[in-house]
Design a protein around this ligand. Structure first.
Ligand code: NAD
Length: 272
């Protein structure tokens, strides 16, 4: 039997980190060797069902020798993790959202030295939704106006969600334009008639909603609604772990979850 792939989880004490530790404990092909928390951490020295040792800083990770680092933290920490992975040639799987253009550019720069999978949503369903949204946008053409709805729990800090923006980018791609030129984030007051070319975003925050996304295609005489509801954070964790397994044997480069779902990765040359 092949050895399990050693992985580290950064943000291990958070909601996603906790779910990742639980899901990883069920997989014989992965072994979590480090649970990374902030230096201020005053909790236990081991976390999760497998009692993984806690590390209080990202550079300390080196001594645990993970092959893949999984990051679900904040934009600032995600960049720190990406630089660590590039410097040590370790694969990175990042699900952190709220990254701006400069952050994403830095992630791509780091990916030249280490295989990097970044996804605003690691669920299989949402990645299928993205493909369906692209297809529906192309099929309707200018006939349908597009509105994107998203709802999340009260603790979520960025809006619209990274997933809603990814779906917006799918619409823009199918129309051969950029999301920046067609996105509309607010409707208030005497806003005037709707511009048919724009993509509207509606955001709701409350309670413990794990994540809901709907894309409406409003045409004259018909409406298509494509929806996804996450009811268990485990779907993101399982997707990220699947991506970790995939990234462990990938060549350096910047990848999406759609790359992961489309089949085995291209292995890095034996010399690297
Ligand atoms: P959370 O606040 O519960 O957890 C984040 C954790 O990261 C916290 O424990 C925090 O202390 C820790 N952290 C911050 N900086 C750190 C550092 N430098 N070193 C170590 N730990 C650090 O948040 P969450 O709900 O787990 O979400 C985390 C991120 O993942 C958010 O950006 C969220 O939007 C995103 N998310 C993505 C997906 C996806 O599928 N891509 C799914 C759910 C959440």
């Amino acid at each position: 039997m092949t050895e399990p792939t050693p992985i580290a989880i950064v943000g291990a004490a958070g909601r996603m980190g906790t779910s990742l530790l639980e899901e990883a404990a069920r997989r014989p092909d992965l072994r979590v060797v480090a649970a990374v928390v902030t230096p201020e951490w005053t909790g236990p020295d081991h976390l999760g069902p497998d009692q993984v040792p806690v590390f209080r800083s990202i550079p300390d990770l080196d001594e645990a020798a993970p092959r893949v680092v999984i990051d679900f933290t904040s934009p600032a920490a995600a960049i720190q993790v990406a630089r660590f992975c590039a410097g040590t040639h370790r694969a990175l799987v990042s699900g952190t959202t709220g990254l701006d253009d400069a952050d994403l550019q830095e992630l791509r720069r780091c990916a030249a030295s280490a295989p990097t999978v970044w996804a605003s949503n690691f669920s299989v369903g949402v990645n299928l939704l993205e493909a369906l949204v692209e297809q529906a946008t192309a099929a309707f053409g200018p006939e349908a106006e597009v509105e994107i709805f998203e709802a999340h729990h009260r603790h979520k800090v960025d809006a619209p969600s990274g997933t809603a923006l990814t779906l917006g980018h799918a619409v823009a791609r199918a129309r051969g334009t950029s999301l920046e030129s067609i996105a509309r984030f607010t409707h208030q007051g005497h806003a005037g008639p709707r511009d048919p070319a724009e993509v509207g975003f509606q955001v709701l925050r409350g309670g413990d909603i794990v994540g809901e996304h709907s894309v409406w295609f409003c045409a004259h005489g018909e409406r298509l609604e494509l929806s996804h509801r996450a009811t268990d954070r485990g779907i993101f964790a399982r997707g990220a772990l699947r991506a970790a397994r995939w990234a462990a044997s990938a060549s350096p480069g910047f990848y999406s979850m759609r790359d992961v779902l489309s089949g085995p990765s291209t292995p890095a040359p034996a010399s690297s």
